[in-house]
Design a protein around this ligand. Structure first.
Ligand SMILES: O=C(O)CCC(=O)C(=O)O
Ligand SMILES: [Fe+2]
Length: 312
């Protein structure tokens, strides 16, 4: 297999030169669909605290974790339960994860998110909720720069109501190191592109993440994405690719097992609210480049994509 190393652009969220930052974002999203984000304002200490808590959570006995089994897209999913590449027949990805949805989604029967009891993991819930709020706010500060990068008014995505009730899903991930013998190829996370608007990923520094910039090229060329200390890795999702008429790339990526345990930590998927209609942006089409996709309600689009993975 062909693996090369990639130097992704670095975007500074705190830069006062918004125009030049937007220009760099535009270049990065057209060329790679991925970039590093620095000066994002999430403290190192908080990142370490969540990571520490992740270790404690994932080392709980499986019976304890299964009490939180995935319901309404929230909760725990064990190793091999999900295969992100529906076109493959592999036994599933060698990852386990805890999925946490919008914190305010509370029903008369209680919180939709599922948490281990406080006496088992004291303070962890509040730490993770704190992280959720911080990373959501990073996403909300980044979106106006993405709008500028698309030659739109910086409030564009807010003005169309895309983020009235932002749909943020935080996935705490653990890739076990020792997988035991297997007669088929096992991926930590098999090849996929993310579904939504943007993803903000915090990693623990252990490698394994790879991108394939030309999905249709055969044989596929996979390049390693190294982590940069303190930086978040941001990538464009399929809905944004659709919005931009494929100007911005939703790049295929995967996680290879490295033989080393990986608490990839946290992928935060920022999606528009379900009623938001995603249709080709006026700055992304022309007479020579007509819209490639019909308009679609965000909720309908995501439902279809989840159906392919979970079959329901
Ligand atoms: O763990 C990683 O590095 C990436 C995870 C990922 O791509 C995903 O969950 O969508
Ligand atoms: Fe992903």
């Amino acid at each position: 297999m062909d693996t090369e190393s990639l130097q992704l652009p670095i975007i500074d969220l705190a830069s006062s030169d918004r125009i030049s930052t937007a220009h760099s974002i535009s270049q990065a999203c057209m060329e790679y669909g991925f970039f590093y984000l620095i000066n994002h304002g999430v403290e190192e200490d908080l990142l370490h605290e969540v990571l520490e808590g992740n270790r404690n959570f994932f080392t709980l006995p499986i019976e304890e974790k299964m009490k939180l089994a995935l319901k309404k897209n929230r909760g725990y999913s064990p190793v091999y339960a999900e295969n992100l590449d529906p076109s493959s027949s592999f036994k599933g990805d060698s990852k386990e994860f805890l999925y946490i949805g919008p914190l305010e989604d509370v029903t008369p029967h209680g919180d939709l998110n599922q948490w281990p009891p406080e006496d088992i993991l004291p303070f962890w819930r509040s730490t993770v909720e704190d992280y959720y709020k911080r990373v959501l706010s990073v996403g909300k500060r980044l979106i106006p720069l993405v709008a500028l990068a698309l030659n739109l008014d910086e409030n564009f995505f807010y003005d169309i109501g895309a983020l009235n009730q932002p749909n943020g899903f935080l996935r705490l991930l653990h890739y076990p190191g020792d997988l035991g013998p297997s007669d088929e190829e096992i991926y930590g996370a098999s090849a996929h592109s993310d579904f939504g608007m943007i993803t903000l990923l915090a990693t623990d520094g252990v490698g394994g993440l790879q991108v394939c910039r030309e999905k249709t090229l055969e044989p596929q060329v996979w390049e390693d994405v190294h982590s940069v200390p303190g930086a978040l890795i941001v990538n464009i999702g399929d809905l944004m690719e659709r919005w931009t008429n494929c100007l911005f790339r939703s790049t295929l990526h995967r996680v290879m097992p490295t033989g080393q345990e990986r608490y990839s930590k946290m992928a935060f998927f920022l999606d528009p609210n379900p009623d938001c209609v995603v249709e080709c942006l006026k700055t992304c089409c022309s007479e020579f480049s007509p819209p490639r996709f019909p308009a679609i309600r965000c909720g309908d689009y995501l439902k279809e994509r989840f159906k392919l993975i979970y079959g329901s």
